[in-house]
Design a protein around this ligand. Structure first.
Ligand SMILES: *[C@@H]1O[C@H](CO)[C@@H](O)[C@H](O)[C@H]1NC(C)=O
Ligand SMILES: *[C@@H]1O[C@H](CO)[C@@H](O)[C@H](O)[C@H]1NC(C)=O
Ligand SMILES: *[C@@H]1O[C@H](CO)[C@@H](O)[C@H](O)[C@H]1NC(C)=O
Ligand SMILES: *[C@@H]1O[C@H](CO)[C@@H](O)[C@H](O)[C@H]1NC(C)=O
Ligand SMILES: *[C@@H]1O[C@H](CO)[C@@H](O)[C@H](O)[C@H]1NC(C)=O
Length: 950
């Protein structure tokens, strides 16, 4: 009986002992609490820990703040009695317990032992800003400057003490640069970390939470979004969080004076060495004064906190179940020291944007822990070696939830990568139709050279749209385009509204040079030399009908006294809004101010009634071409393409030059060297003009179209990086010297391109998460890397651009032929059946002056069109099979006719000659540029056109 009783007792004790691991309810529960900054990460760590344990345990975790967690655990311990054990077994905190809080552990007779601060991780906080134009080179800040910003002593970013640390500060000169301070709550981890740092690093400027300037904006946990949306703001957050959101981060002065560092650049080796010296390893001592801010170590970001697990040291006198919880807390501490958490490459701290303490500190803590923690004598111990036992925290034990989460994360990352590779990078622009052909052909060139698919759209909706859609007033200044383009700079009013009212800085990017001029139709019999000179005032007088006859003395005076016949001058003007009108009227305004009365602008309403309107650039050149004794204005390429006589205009230095005999780039060089060129690309360009520039041979009527680009492209994802690549390419040799010239434009001079590349492009802030573009030229990206993503290869190309010379010549020849035929027809009174003339008539007669091989090609083309026409008609007669053949041949005909302007496009008697503009689908101001032939086409110019032999 006694034996039986003893057995029963032993069995009972054994049963009680076993039950401890499972808790009274079959699951051992553990409660914790900790700060929100690391809340999600901690929940994940705890879930993995639970899963690795062989017995069922459930850990609940309240996500609050470090301050609240400290208060909770000390209050809980203070309230503990023998009958009512603690409700909270551990707290996570970045703010060690105060001495008073710690005293609640020892002040309670029911609690044996003391508080434990078990260090788990390091958190690095950063200071952030949103100061437009100042992203590329991080702004520098010291503790005392930060303190003075918070107290309101320093109110502007342009304060001399701030600029002193930031010689590279970029300012537009128009803004007030008032600092908006953004504040998190008083008890947030980042507020306490920053105030703790300031207390140590700048004791001379004390800052308390309530002492922060009264107009600081309380944004709570919404710090990142607030920084992104508030211009000129100052704030702080966990470094890894700000980095992930691409907010501009200060380089903060470290404990080494004069050394400035962002959180991501910390040398972790040095940090861990310094931490081992700074963090106490007693675990049970008073940690209230322990601090790790401003560690004296090379290249260590200064605003650091250590995350501690706070718990009780002695679990031996608690009930067995509570004692078993104590073992679980110890096992959790061991888990936090395992490589699962701490590994610098695969550790979970790394994923969570936190830093590991380093092996020296971890070992020291591990050693102390074995003597500081006192276990319940009957509690079951947990081991961390791998194995199948119930009390093992096994690294191979997992759960569906944990592995699925890991799988999903990995799969999503892989899918995102695939999407990134397969998806086209998108860029959208809008603006001037005059530069549209150039834009489209540079797009084509980039597409042919890019290893990643591109989708780039330029809507030739006019210069007004180029300005308006970048301003985007109707859309609360949120622009939908990546850039706008315009024949003229952004007007002052628009610029001021954008930069001052909407606080959106932009840069002006010059695109190319477009010479424009006046062209005349004077019969060769009256002007065999095909040379006519005019001073700006002679032109002004003609253009406002002060001079109405070609025999006028002023014209004779410009031409050495030789008078032309007394023929009335027919003047053509552009009746719709036109960039060309804006340029030539502004030229007359500048070059003949005293005489010119009609003003300037894209649309004049006061042209003399005798003048004749034309709808667009194409109509203008054909009108002058078909009208003897007429004059009109157009971009030079348009006039030259139809072989009109270009007026030699007297330039500022008194010499007569055409766009062919004068120097076009010299106009931009002179402007660039003058005071009129803005000192910063961020300033207004409203009064910047290439017109009437000095220089012996400078051509005076040159337009410089601009792109407008907002400097803050961070919200535009990958489009920002693509735009930067596009601009880089557009300003380089191939686009300027080959593409622009093939279209009849002139390249920007080197100085202007260099200035733009070196001064304007670095101001563009792109989303740092998007992959930058790399330019491959002959010598770079060896080892086959030229085929990786986001490469623009010097070995790629675009058939059309490589053959631009051939296309341009053929095109010009065909145009000339068509136009001459039209002109001959017009001269013979519209009789298209007359001998040797007419649009469908004798080509040979009108092709004089065109290279013979091109005439052959034209003949062949005409024959092909004739044959195809015949085949199409025949096939149509032959039913179903014929129908498909008819469709096929008709399509080919259409392609031919479209490509070359359409043999049948010019109807009899119509004034619409064959013109490329007529086949472009454009809006009302659709006067696109046309190709112009150039003589020395060559590839292989510059770093990007480095194609030498393929
Ligand atoms: C910040 O200081 C570094 C030198 O530590 C300097 O190179 C950099 O230009 C400064 N940043 C600015 C914006 O001036
Ligand atoms: C960190 O600093 C140490 C000592 O100054 C140096 O040897 C080491 O290369 C640095 N590590 C990195 C990643 O820069
Ligand atoms: C901690 O110490 C124990 C022995 O007391 C050892 O087994 C364990 O590996 C140590 N952990 C770390 C992270 O050093
Ligand atoms: C066109 O020219 C032909 C041949 O010279 C002539 O017979 C005919 O009358 C002319 N038609 C017109 C409208 O001038
Ligand atoms: C076309 O013009 C050329 C040169 O003027 C001439 O030799 C030829 O006979 C003309 N052909 C026709 C069909 O009129």
């Amino acid at each position: 009986m006694r034996a039986i009783s003893l057995f029963a007792l032993v069995a009972l004790l054994w049963a009680g002992r076993s039950a401890a691991q499972y808790g009274t309810s079959g699951v051992l529960t553990l409660s914790g609490e900790g700060p929100a900054e690391t809340g999600a990460s901690m929940l994940r760590f705890l879930k993995v820990f639970e899963t690795r344990l062989g017995v069922p345990a459930r850990i609940t975790y309240r996500v609050t703040t470090s301050v609240a967690a400290d208060a909770s655990i000390s209050a809980d311990v203070a309230a503990q009695t023998a009958a009512s054990p603690s409700k909270l077994q551990f707290a996570m905190t970045e703010q060690p317990l105060s001495s008073a809080q710690r005293a609640s552990f020892s002040g309670n007779a029911a609690v044996v032992g003391s508080s434990v601060h078990f260090p788990v991780y390091v958190n690095s906080y950063g200071l952030f800003y949103n100061v437009p134009g100042n992203r590329v080179t991080p702004l520098n800040i010291t503790a005392c400057l930060a303190a003075r910003i918070l107290t309101g002593d320093v109110q502007e970013w342009t304060h001399p003490d701030f600029l002193d640390k930031n010689p590279g500060f970029v300012k537009t000169g128009t803004d007030s640069y008032k600092i908006t301070v953004l504040m998190d709550t008083a008890t947030s981890g980042s507020t306490l970390a920053v105030l703790g740092w300031l207390a140590k690093a700048c004791p001379s400027v004390p800052v308390t939470y309530t002492g922060v300037r009264a107009d600081a904006v309380a944004v709570g946990s919404n710090m990142i979004a607030s920084l992104q949306s508030t211009g000129y703001s100052f704030g702080f957050a966990m470094g890894s969080v700000g980095r992930a959101a691409s907010v501009s981060e200060f380089a903060v002065e470290t404990a080494t004076a004069g050394q400035y560092l962002q959180t991501g650049s910390t040398n972790t080796t040095n940090m861990q060495v310094a931490l081992a010296a700074a963090v106490p390893t007693t675990l049970s001592g008073d940690y209230s004064t322990a601090t790790v801010v401003s560690l004296s170590a090379d290249r260590v970001a200064p605003i650091l906190t250590v995350g501690y697990l706070v718990t009780k040291s002695d679990w031996s006198t608690e009930g067995l179940e509570e004692g078993q919880r104590g073992e679980l807390v110890r096992a959790l501490c061991a888990f936090f020291q395992s490589s699962t958490i701490t590994s610098s490459s695969t550790g979970m701290l790394n994923d969570a944007g936190l830093l590991a303490l380093g092996s020296t500190l971890v070992s020291a803590v591990n050693i102390t822990a074995s003597s500081v923690f006192v276990s319940h004598p009957s509690a079951v111990k947990y081991t961390t070696t791998d194995g199948v036992g119930a009390n093992v925290v096994s690294s191979t034990r997992s759960s569906y939830e944990v592995t699925t989460y890991q799988d999903l994360t990995a799969q999503m990352a892989a899918m995102k990568k695939q999407l990134d590779v397969g998806a086209a990078r998108v860029m959208r622009g809008v603006g001037s139709s005059a530069v549209s052909l150039f834009m489209w052909r540079v797009f084509g060139e980039l597409k042919g050279r890019s290893t990643t698919p591109l989708h780039m759209v330029y809507r030739a909706a006019g210069s007004g749209a180029g300005q308006g859609e970048v301003l985007a007033k109707a859309n609360k200044y949120q622009s939908l385009v990546d850039f706008g383009a315009s024949d003229t700079p952004m007007p002052d009013a628009t610029f001021t509204e954008l930069t001052n009212t909407a606080k959106v800085p932009i840069v002006h990017i010059p695109i190319l040079l477009a010479p424009m001029n006046f062209f005349v139709n004077i019969p060769d019999s009256a002007l065999p030399s095909r040379l006519i000179k005019m001073s700006p005032c002679t032109i002004a007088k003609i253009m406002q009908a002060d001079i109405t006859s070609w025999s006028h003395a002023d014209i004779a005076a410009d031409n050495g006294g030789v008078a032309l016949p007394d023929q009335p001058i027919t003047v053509f003007y552009r009746q719709l809004s036109s960039g060309t009108t804006a340029v030539i009227t502004e030229y007359l305004n500048r070059a003949c101010a005293g005489t010119w009365r009609l003003g300037s602008g894209g649309l004049l309403s006061n042209w003399p009634p005798t003048f004749k309107p034309t709808a667009n650039a194409a109509n203008m050149s054909t009108s002058v071409f078909t009208t003897s004794w007429s004059i009109g204005y157009m971009d030079a390429a348009n006039g030259l393409d139809v072989n009109l006589i270009e007026v030699a205009v007297r330039n500022k230095d008194g010499n007569y030059v055409t766009s062919q005999t004068g120097d076009v780039p010299a106009a931009a060089t002179a402007l660039f060297k003058s005071d009129a060129w803005p000192k910063s690309p961020l300033l207004s360009f409203a009064s910047v003009s290439c017109l009437n520039q000095p220089g012996a041979n400078t051509f005076p009527i040159v337009a410089m179209p601009f792109m407008f680009v907002r400097t803050d492209l961070t919200s535009r994802g990958d489009s920002g990086a693509l735009l930067v690549a596009y601009l880089t390419f557009m300003l380089d040799t191939f686009a300027q010297n080959t593409i622009a010239k093939a279209l009849g434009f002139e390249p920007l001079p080197t100085e202007v391109r260099q200035y733009t590349t070196e001064r304007a492009l670095p101001l563009l802030q792109v989303d740092t998460r998007s992959k930058a573009w790399v330019f491959e030229s002959g010598s770079t990206l060896s080892g086959g890397k030229g085929s990786t993503d986001n490469v623009i290869s010097g070995f790629g190309g675009n058939y059309e651009n490589l053959n631009a010379q051939g296309f341009a010549d053929f095109y010009k020849a065909y145009n000339l032929a068509q136009n001459r035929a039209q002109a001959t027809k017009a001269a013979s009174g519209g009789n298209s059946t007359g001998s040797g003339s007419g649009s469908g008539g004798n080509y040979t007669a009108v092709l004089s002056g065109i290279p013979p091989d091109l005439i052959d090609q034209l003949d062949n083309l005409q024959k092909q069109v004739d044959i195809l026409k015949a085949v199409a008609i025949t096939a149509a007669v032959f039913g179903v099979f014929g129908l498909s053949l008819a469709i096929f041949t008709s399509c080919r005909m259409f392609v031919h006719m479209s490509l070359w302007g359409g043999a049948g496009a010019a109807g009899p008697g119509s004034n619409s000659m064959v013109h490329p503009a007529s086949i472009s689908i454009l809006g009302s101001n659709g006067g696109v540029r046309r190709q112009k032939s150039i003589s020395n086409f060559s590839v292989g110019e510059g770093s990007m056109g480095s194609e030498k032999s393929v």
